[in-house]
Structures are given as C-alpha cells and as structure tokens.
Design a binder for this molecule. Structure first.
Ligand code: PRX
Length: 638
C-alpha cells in the first residue's frame, strides 16, 4: 500500500503545487486528515509575518508519537522501525520493531515521569548515535516534554550556554560515545557543563562505552536501573499526552550571524505533517524501503529524516553510529550492501571525502538495492554530483538535492526522486506549499528567469520556525525584519532559464563547514577568549572537502610571542573548549592590524578576498583607516 498523498507524476506535481498555492488551507487539511488526531482543528492556518504569528491546525490536539508508533502497530508491529549499525562492524547490529519501539518508548516515558519530568519541561539530550537517542527523543514527545538535542561534538561550555538558555532541568546522556577510533566521554563533558549550574535536577545516563564516570548522589541515575524499576512496577503502556497543535515539540540550537546560537522552536502538528509529507514525496518512499540518512540526530536532518519523517510514515530507518571512513572508506557501501539500503541521504562533504579514496572502497560492494540518493546541508559541486551519480547510483538512481534549514523543519526546495527533473547542483523546484522569491538588497522582487538574488519565502508552510526560545523578538529581527512580509533564509540563489533554483550559499556572516553552520562572530568570540588575543576576524574560504574552511586573522600580543605554532595550537584549544572541535579554524594568520573603515567597521569583504586568494579584486582600499594594513596581510597570507 502506498501513500494517498504521494505525488507520482510531473503533472501531478504541477497540479498539487497549484492547489497548494491557490488554497493552502484546503491542501494541507486534506493531507493532515490522514494522520491520527485526538481532536481536529478549527483553523488550518492563521498567520502574519510582522510579529511573526504563525499557527497551523489550531484547535487540534495530538501526540506525534501516536503517529510515529501506535498507529503502525496493528499492521506493522513486527516490522523493523529502527535498524542500528554500530560503530564497530564486529559488534552485533540491532533491529527494533515497531512493537519493541512502542514498549521501549513507553518504558522510558515512565522513567522520565518517575524522575519528575512534566509536560513542557525542557530536557537536554546529549548522546551518541544509538537507538536510545531516538527512544529518548520519542519518550520526551510522548509525555509532552520539550527535547533539546545537542550534537555530541559540542563542548561543555556550549552545553552550559544551551542549558541556561532553555532553563533545562533534565539531561539524558551516555557514559561515552564511539566515533571511529575515538571514545568520547560524554558524561564527563556534561559534568563540566554542570559546574555552577543551578537548574538541572536529574541526569539519566545510558551505558554505552563503560567509561568510568562520576555519578553524583541525588542527581545522576543510570538509565538501566530506572528501566528496571519500571519493569518491576509492571508498566507496559504509557498514555500519550494530549498536546495542542502549537505546543512546542523541540528546541534545536543553531548558529546565526550573532555570537550566540538561537534556540529554534518547532511545534507539534505542523512539523509532523510537513516532515512526513516531504519524506514521502522527496524520497518517493515506498513501504518496506530501508532509508539510510547518515546525519547525526543532533542536527535537524536527523530529527526530521532519521526520526520523525520515516517513523511517521511507518518506514524503516537505519541509524549508524560511526563515521564514513572507519575502519575504512568503504563503511557506507558495506552498510548499503549488508542491509540492502534503498535510499541513501548524505552530505556533499561526505561524498567529496569518499570520492578522494577512488574506486577501491567500492570493489565487491553490491549497491544494486539503491533506488534514490539524496544530498543536504550545502551546495554540491558538479564533480561530486557526477561521481555520486555514476559510482554510487550507477546512473540509475535519481539524486535529490534537498535545500532546507533548521528553521524550515523540512525540505523546501528539491526535486522529487524520479518524478520531477533533476539537474546537477540545483535544488530545482519548490515543494507544494512553498513559495520562494528572489529579492534585491532593498527587498524588491526580482522577477523572471536567469536571475539571482536573496532567497526569501512568501508564505508559511506547516513546519516553519515559530519562535526562538525565550526571545521572540530575536526571531522577528533575524528572519522576518530584513524584508517586509517575507521569511528571509540568509541564502543567495540563482533561478535558471527553466525556473530551477540553485542555492549559492549564505549571504550573511554564517559559515557552512562540512555542512555544519557556524557563525563567524561565534568563532571570533571564542578566539578572543584566549589571553593575549587582542582582536580577530573570521571569514570562510573555499575548501575542497569541507565546502568552506575557516580562516582567522588574529592580532596577538601575549605570552610566547614569536612561537607562532604554539600560539596557534593554544588558540585551537581555546576554540575547542568554548565551542567544540567543529569550529576550529583551518588557518590562523597573525596580523598587526585589521582593515577597518574610519568608523571602526572591519571590512570583511577584503579579508574574504584575501582568504579566497582573489588578490586582484580587493577593490577600493583608500577609504580604510590604514590602507597599509592590507599589504601586510597579503604578504603574510597562508
Ligand atoms: O546555506 C544553506 C545550506 O545549509 C543552511 C542550513 O543549515 P542548517 O540549518 O544547519 O541545516 C542543514 C540541513 C538542512 C542553508 O541556509 N544548505 C542546506 N541544504 C542545501 C544548502 N545549500 C545548498 N544546497 C542544499 N541542498
């Protein structure tokens, strides 16, 4: 049985797109009618972008876990919901059926309740890629607690900031996590994050690596012991909390152009409907298909297309704990072969990195089960697109280039696999319900084709950001104030002669390093924390594997002046402590001054050009306070 709202032809795509724009309320209420609700809505949508005030399915009540689990039990109870492949290929994999997922989520929901978690409480989840991470997420949703998953690569300081911002009282973590050859001491990072914290009441720790951990009496408990209590109490079910459509489902922190990450808030109903709809349509998921999304659940891609999208569709989602290059660069292809994966969804950075290993890792791997390939997170260059198409898809798998953001909840612009046309390096056409427009700096619409501009969206789709946690004004100024009555994405885009979109990258001060979003201001703040650093400026530059690398210009006047290499390492260590290893600059150039205007503004454009090695096009430097600074920087370029 297929899905009633799955688009199966180009003609149907055009029809559905027209219907979605002409009458969004009718379009989305038809789709929403296929979900399980406790109460139906009285209003499909109600919005204005000025506040912003955005509501979908107002009046309805539901629980997303009933849609992701309970409703599949009668027909798919014994089918795999989650297949887990461990980091080490010699360890046994796990298969969690829908029946078993139901049981585990209900049990853990009891654990949460027994530990004092209530509806609306913020629960921070800091775990490796194990099934218990998905179970923790779903158990929060079941009792109506707001989960805030933090990627395992963030530092104690980053966690502390997020705990504070969300006023979180509960943490779910592991003793440690495996990533390739590394064993990351998650609980110990949490312990550091909790120094001085006054809000967290309970830390629940799952045993994964059996790394020694300190368990603080009255605060820390073991996951396994807590489950044991629930089993002894004889609980098997946990009634799903009745949530209002617009109740928050989760917070996910992401970087913007300011120094402080924002807590993007998604709500229950709209997010559920849209992630399900896009999962089924973009990937053309068919019941029984094995969907392998290689992202981490700590990012939005993992939330939407490992957990909520696939499970709400009654699908089978493959969760992989490791990294693409360990024990060797054939890891993904072994997994595809072992589980007969049908859909592979990964990032251009992974493709470029694996491409570098040549054909050898592909030898002897049967990839014939693959039907659809996907990419996400950053622009894909044509060379990588063709390599993916020829070597992995063997020229017979459509590639979906899916453009979206943490704030959009689900995919907004993408071809639909095998249904709408693909074009290398182009996200192509918008999904039904999505109305992209290009504007110039003044917000004037740029009409017609073969044009480029700043990408905005005219009207809300169900999973658009609702607010930034604890600071609604920040949400307005970041996304809805740049251009009147438009959601501004922060991306630049081209619209080609066929009206297809090609996303060219961020137009704000946000970097995209290996598909991870990092604000330049955040990295600068971290560098400036290092004693001896006077000032710094960070820009991106093209990087063969990562897409963008981080280039830092630093004025340093501290200890060990003269031993540049040691100072560099000190600065890297500082950034790792403050943000995490993902934000470490690739290049640090020590400079005597930064190019500033007379009003003191750093001319990043010039620094960007130097980092990009476009020395011939530095532009007019005569308006600078001290033009000689530029010559010095060019001379010292790395
Ligand atoms: O610049 C765009 C880029 O990633 C940004 C969103 O990052 P994040 O919120 O971390 O979410 C990543 C996963 C959805 C966007 O503003 N981006 C994402 N997908 C694409 C992309 N750039 C080009 N092509 C894409 N397919």
């Amino acid at each position: 049985m297929s899905y009633p709202y799955q688009i199966r032809s180009l003609e149907q795509y055009h029809n559905d797109y027209q219907r979605s724009v002409a009458d969004p309320a009718r379009f989305w209420s038809e789709i929403a009618s296929y979900f399980t609700w406790k109460k139906y809505w009285h209003h499909v949508t109600d919005w204005n972008f000025s506040e912003p005030h955005i509501r979908w399915f107002e009046g309805a009540t539901l629980n997303i876990t009933e849609n992701c689990i309970d409703r599949h039990l009668a027909t798919k109870g014994n089918q795999p919901a989650i297949i887990w492949e461990p980091n080490d290929p010699n360890e046994r994999h796990r298969v969690i059926t829908y029946n078993s997922l139901y049981q585990k989520v209900c049990q853990f929901a009891h654990v949460l309740k027994n530990n004092g978690v209530q509806k609306g409480d913020r629960v921070c989840i800091y775990m490796g890629m194990i099934p218990e991470l998905a179970i923790a997420v779903l158990a929060c949703a079941r009792i109506g607690a707001i989960h805030s998953v933090i990627f395992g690569g963030f530092s104690a300081q980053s966690i502390a900031d997020r705990l504070y911002d969300a006023n979180a009282e509960f943490i779910i973590t592991c003793d440690g996590a495996y990533r390739g050859q590394k064993d990351i001491p998650l609980k110990s990072v949490i312990d550091d994050a909790l120094i001085g914290n006054r809000t967290v009441k309970r830390v629940i720790v799952y045993t994964r690596t059996r790394t020694p951990v300190s368990m603080i009496k009255g605060r820390d408990v073991w996951w396994e012991d807590e489950i044991q209590h629930v089993v002894e109490q004889g609980y098997t079910d946990f009634p799903a909390e009745e949530m209002k459509a617009e109740d928050p489902l989760f917070i996910l922190y992401t970087s913007g152009s300011t120094g402080k990450p924002k807590g993007v808030v998604h709500s229950c109903a709209g997010y559920m409907v849209y992630t399900n709809y896009t999962f089924i349509n973009v990937f053309q998921y068919q019941p029984g298909d094995i969907h392998f999304c290689t992202a981490d659940i700590g990012w939005i891609t993992g939330h939407s297309y490992i957990v909520y999208g696939p499970l709400s569709a009654g699908g089978t989602t493959l969760l992989f704990e490791g990294v693409p290059t360990w024990p060797d660069a054939g890891r993904f292809w072994d997994i595809v072969d072992k589980y007969k994966v049908n859909i592979l969804y990964t990032a251009p950075t992974a493709i470029r990195s694996l491409m570098g290993f040549g054909d050898a890792p592909l030898q002897g791997k049967d990839l014939s089960s693959l039907k659809v390939l996907g990419t996400v997170g950053e622009p894909i260059n044509e060379e990588a697109w063709h390599w993916y198409n020829e070597n992995i898809g063997k020229g017979k798998c459509p590639i979906v280039d899916t453009w979206w953001q943490t704030e959009t909840g689900g995919i907004l612009i993408s071809n639909l696999a095998g249904v709408t046309p693909a074009k290398p390096a182009h996200a192509t056409y918008p999904l039904p319900g999505v109305q992209p427009i290009l504007v110039d700096e003044n917000g004037n619409e740029i009409e017609g084709n073969s044009v480029s501009g700043n990408l905005c969206i005219k009207a809300p789709w169900p999973s658009i950001i609702r607010t930034t946690y604890g600071d609604h004004e920040r949400c307005r100024t970041n996304y809805f104030a740049t251009y009147d009555q438009l959601y501004f994405t922060g991306d630049g885009a081209q619209r080609d002669a066929d009206g297809m979109y090609r996303i060219t990258g961020r137009v704000d001060d946000v970097l995209n390093v290996s598909g991870h979003r990092i604000g330049t201001a955040e990295v600068e703040n971290a560098i400036n924390m290092h004693a001896g650093v006077v000032e710094s400026a960070v820009v991106g530059y093209p990087h063969d594997i990562k897409g963008q690398g981080i280039y830092a210009y630093v004025i340093y006047n501290g200890h060990h002046v003269g031993d540049e290499e040691l100072t560099r390492r000190d600065i890297l260590q500082t950034v790792t402590r403050i943000i995490g290893p993902i934000a470490k600059p690739d290049k640090i150039q020590f400079v005597s001054g930064l190019p500033k205007t007379r009003s003191g503004k750093i001319m990043r454009r010039i620094l960007r050009k130097i980092a990009e090695n476009e020395l011939g096009s530095l532009g007019d430097t005569s308006t600078l306070l001290d033009p000689a600074v530029v010559d010095d920087i060019v001379k010292g370029k790395l």
